[in-house]
Design a protein around this ligand. Structure first.
Ligand code: NAD
Length: 471
């Protein structure tokens, strides 16, 4: 495993002060300069795509094809990040343009305007699972909005985080963007300092630490978290498509995706039919007897600790393993594993799995499935597979979640124009595209009122009199 050089803790306040000075220099007030930095960001990723791919392979055992693209429209990490930088480059003039509120006769003469101003010096704290996109993709929005940014990548992806420390100073203006590498001690130091916004992506447990630290400075936070994203299966669905998409959603990045299907809710009478469809797909995806064990196109679990956590959940299950189940500690390998007849209070239902294990919880019917979802934390994503529009509508309108997809999994964060974010325990705030720009933007309300308006509005001054009002 690659070595990651941690930033000395006592350098962090100095970096904070240098970024503040960078912000005060006003360089990023220039849209042209923002565009230049955004192009540089796109070049950083494009010119180093091979090295990034290798780093991801070293950190996550991630197959290159997954890092570059899965299908033409669904790119993960490298292409998405280049796309985010270029979209921001092309759109920043439009996004940053002052806006007028809707016309209103009472106020129009005061020229009401909304100016889009940078928040200031911001922090992006990123997780390990999509370390490029969730660091540099988000950075594109912060730069477009005119902020100076501190990046704090994950320590559990040492090769990728080392690459950031090497490449960011080469491609981007050091007064405006910096990287701090490290783990808890370094992040704790960062959180002691006053920032103008913190965007944190990771677990709910750490989000509480981040929020509590931010509250001391009244720093606004955006929390991009995870949780257990359910899939509801209606027997009246396209079974083959449901099985392919759900299994795919669970094997990409070995299930270490915040919007991966976490568990299935299926009518008990349909459970075995659905399991058979998954078995057929599993054979098609991984035709060898070994499953994907020797397959380079299947990721590994990020650390032995994470591997142990997932194995512990699997060991504790009262359900029956019907697909996969093979594990290998040395290789941090866990086969795509489907477990059926999982009770609602099972070990596999106790926390976000964040690995390639998919429990199936049988229920009586759709109503029971909806009740189960509503009795738990609002998920980051909720999926339903059905041909029936009434079922789609019922699930959509009787639940709450960060996002909702019918007939699809995983794709929505990449769909341009859609906000990406959770609700309640799965997060607050949004990013991707213009939503990232808005997250890092202060919408400054402004008026410019001419003094002659007092000919009309002079009635406001004391001494108050009804006569003046009528005049
Ligand atoms: P994590 O919370 O362990 O780590 C994320 C970041 O927090 C890292 O940079 C880490 O250094 C820092 N950190 C860890 N412990 C800390 C502490 N005590 N104090 C301060 N900082 C600390 O998360 P992870 O394991 O890297 O990522 C997995 C989680 O992230 C999952 O829950 C997943 O669903 C979620 N996630 C959410 C999204 C999203 O966009 N909503 C995307 C990816 C991952």
């Amino acid at each position: 495993m690659a070595e990651l050089a941690y930033t000395p803790v006592d350098e962090i306040p100095k970096i904070h002060a240098e970024l503040r000075a960078g912000f005060n220099s006003g360089k990023l007030k220039s849209i042209e300069y923002r565009k230049y930095q955004l192009l540089q960001l796109a070049y950083l990723v494009q010119e180093n795509a091979d090295r990034i791919e290798k780093a991801l392979q070293s950190d996550l055992g991630r197959p290159a094809i997954e890092s570059r693209f899965i299908v033409e429209i669904l790119s993960i990490e490298i292409n998405t990040t280049i796309g985010d930088a270029l979209t921001a480059y092309e759109s920043v003039e439009k996004w940053a343009k002052p806006e007028k509120p809707p016309f209103h006769l009472n106020w129009t003469l005061m020229k009401p305007t909304i100016y889009k101003e940078a928040k200031g010096v911001v922090v992006i704290i990123s997780p390990f699972n999509y370390p490029v996109w969730l660091t540099l993709g988000i950075l594109a929005g912060a730069i477009a909005a005119g902020n100076c940014t501190l990046l704090k990548p994950a320590e559990s992806t040492p090769a990728t985080s080392s690459l950031f420390a090497e490449l960011v100073p080469k491609y981007l203006d050091n007064d405006l963007v910096r990287v701090v590498n490290g783990a808890v001690a370094e992040t704790t130091k960062i959180l002691e300092l006053p920032w103008d916004h913190i965007l944190y992506t990771g677990s709910g447990r750490v989000a509480k630490i981040v929020s509590a630290a931010a509250a001391k400075h009244l720093t606004p936070v955006t929390l991009e978290l995870g949780g257990k994203s359910p899939v509801i299966i209606d027997p009246n669905c396209d079974l083959e498509s449901a099985a392919s998409r759900i299994l795919w959603g669970k094997v990409v990045n070995a299930g270490q995706t915040c919007v991966a299907p976490d568990y299935i809710l299926v009518p008990r009478s349909f459970q075995d039919t659905f399991v058979d469809a998954l078995k057929k797909k599993y054979q098609e995806f991984y035709p060898g007897a070994q499953g994907p064990k020797e397959d380079e196109a299947y990721s590994r679990i990020v650390t032995k600790q994470a591997w142990g956590r997932i194995k512990g959940l699997l060991d504790g299950t009262k359900g029956t393993v019907v697909i996969g189940g093979e594990v290998d500690e040395q290789g941090k390998y866990i086969a795509p594993t489907i477990v059926k007849d999982v009770p609602g209070d099972d070990s596999l239902m106790s926390e976000e799995i964040f690995g390639p294990v998919l429990p199936i919880v049988p229920v009586e019917d759709l109503d029971e499935a909806i009740r189960y979802v509503n009795a738990h934390d609002h998920p980051l994503a909720l999926y339903v597979f059905t041909k029936d529009d009434a079922v789609k509508k019922k699930v959509l309108t009787s639940t709450q979640s960060g996002a909702f997809s019918a007939g699809e999994v995983l794709i929505h964060p990449g769909v341009e124009g859609l906000p990406f974010g959770g609700i309640g325990p799965s997060g607050s705030g949004y990013h991707t595209g213009k939503y990232t720009f808005d997250t890092f933007t202060h919408f400054r309300a402004a008026l410019d009122s001419p003094s002659w308006l007092d000919k009309i509005l002079g009635f406001r001054y004391p001494p108050y009199s009804v006569k003046k009002l009528k005049a």
